[in-house]
Design a binder for this molecule. Structure first.
Ligand SMILES: Cc1cc2nc3c(=O)[nH]c(=O)nc-3n(C[C@H](O)[C@H](O)[C@H](O)COP(=O)(O)OP(=O)(O)OC[C@H]3O[C@@H](n4cnc5c(N)ncnc54)[C@H](O)[C@@H]3O)c2cc1C
Length: 409
């Protein structure tokens, strides 16, 4: 098998000063083969997925090995990542080989994979079939519309995945707590968090197959960055009483320092002689006149490392004790400021529609100028705002105009 070492500089999940893994065990890569596929095919007629006993849709983005053989019949090899389960065990997770074929078939096929000739099973692969409630029956708080005070989170809503389940559980828990204490609900918007996209997608569009959160489902990806997740969400979490003073303090320090650093680039001028060697190095047009640092830093290929080679910049960093997180944040804010601003404006436009509320008991049947499909979908989903209505498939821009006119906007 081919060794697959971990990241040289592993990133941490937490913004707090948690220790990160210093030493890692390698993963390994191997492949299936035409022989392995032939062995697996021998079990197809005994597989509940193929002989019709199970009619459910599998997760599109992590198909079983039998699914891959079937769907991509032209391929005679599929990649397998072998992942160690821990320091004190010989158990490995065979990623890419999920299967519900009969145990004897699995074992024979796996032993034919290069590197697995002497493999022993702890337990065979398996599939589970589960049911869900169409999530269009939920409010943004994840409270069910049909039963007051009942909240649904996770796979029961048609999603698949650990993070999908965990984030919904968090939101349902927060909202159940707020409701019982007669406080305003806590809803994250689509431009504030992936959780906002996930929940809004589920309750507005529903899902026909196991739903997984992808960055591509978000329209505001420039705003929803992982480097600013703390800046976006810590204040909200603190207000709810979840984030500690320490976490909030660290976030504020990062925010203040990055802002000051960006301001520094906007205010501080350079002289052509100090900047031109850098511009030449990256094949960017040299300058004849002095200007603000922000201008050259915004150019492609000019990096924070280049900036740090200037005395004025490195002095500022030392004086203000700026750490790597602040440097990264300032660099992103300078380099992408144009795109970030543009996306913020787009999001603001959406917020204006977000503010046009539709009464809960709104009678769509009265609005004959709505298309039949729109009326039917709006009745079923009962969007809370015009913005949510506009995201329902089958509700067209002209239906939205009709609604806006009726609501006096
Ligand atoms: C083999 C397999 C591999 C997977 N691999 C991945 C992966 O690599 N990455 C990933 O992101 N996701 C993976 N998933 C999906 C992920 O595990 C699930 O989507 C997620 O765990 C669902 O969480 P949940 O809390 O909604 O449901 P569950 O984790 O199923 O929790 C539901 C809980 O309710 C309990 N329960 C049921 N009925 C009752 C009752 N009547 N009374 C009380 N309790 C009850 C159950 O015992 C269970 O503990 C995998 C799933 C499977 C099956």
């Amino acid at each position: 098998m081919i060794p697959q070492p971990g990241d040289v500089y592993p990133e941490k999940f937490s913004y707090l000063n948690t220790p990160i893994l210093k030493e890692q065990r390698d993963c390994h890569m191997t492949h299936t083969s035409a022989l392995v596929h032939d062995l697996l095919r021998e079990g197809f007629d005994r597989s509940p997925m193929f002989n019709g006993r199970i009619k459910s849709l599998g997760p599109r983005y992590c198909p079983s090995i039998e699914d891959k053989i079937n769907r991509f019949a032209e391929k005679d090899a599929h990649q397998i990542f072998v992942e160690p389960e821990g320091w004190h065990t010989v158990e490995v997770y065979v990623n890419g080989f999920s299967t519900s074929l009969p145990e004897d078939v699995q074992y024979r096929a796996l032993k034919s994979v290069k590197g697995f000739e002497n493999v022993k099973f702890f337990r065979p692969g398996y599939a589970i079939e589960y049911d869900y409630f169409p999530p269009t029956q939920l409010r943004h708080t994840l409270e069910t519309k049909l039963v007051n005070n009942l909240y649904f989170a996770g796979q029961i809503n048609g999603t698949t995945g650990y993070e999908e389940a965990a984030s919904q559980g968090l939101m349902a828990g927060i909202n159940a707590h707020l409701k019982i204490n007669e406080k305003e609900p806590f809803i994250l918007k689509r431009d504030e968090a992936y959780i906002g996209v996930l929940i809004d997608d589920l309750i507005t569009k529903g899902t026909e197959e196991p739903y997984r959160m992808f960055t591509s489902r978000a329209e505001y990806r420039t705003l929803l960055r992982q480097d600013n997740a703390d800046l976006r969400l810590t204040p909200k979490s603190f207000e709810l009483g979840l984030a500690t003073e320490e976490r909030m303090g660290r976030m504020k320090e990062k925010q203040d320092k990055s802002q000051r650093f960006v301001e520094f680039f906007k205010k501080t001028s350079f002289v052509p002689d100090e900047i031109n060697p850098i511009l030449e190095e990256v094949s960017s047009a040299v300058v004849k006149q002095s200007d603000k640092l922000f201008k050259v830093f915004s150019r492609p290929k000019v990096t924070m490392d280049h900036m740090l080679s200037l005395n004025s910049v490195s002095d500022f960093v030392k004086e203000n004790q700026l750490n790597s997180e602040v440097l990264e944040q300032a660099e992103i804010q300078v380099k992408y400021s144009g795109y970030i601003e543009k996306e913020k404006n787009n999001a603001d436009k959406l917020h204006r529609l977000e503010n046009v509320k539709i009464p809960e008991s709104f009678d769509y049947s009265k609005l004959k100028s709505l298309s039949y499909e729109a009326r039917e979908k709006l009745e079923a989903i009962r969007p809370v705002t015009i913005s949510q209505a506009s995201r329902i498939s089958g509700v067209s821009p002209s239906d939205i105009s009709v609604l806006l006119v009726f609501l006096g906007r």
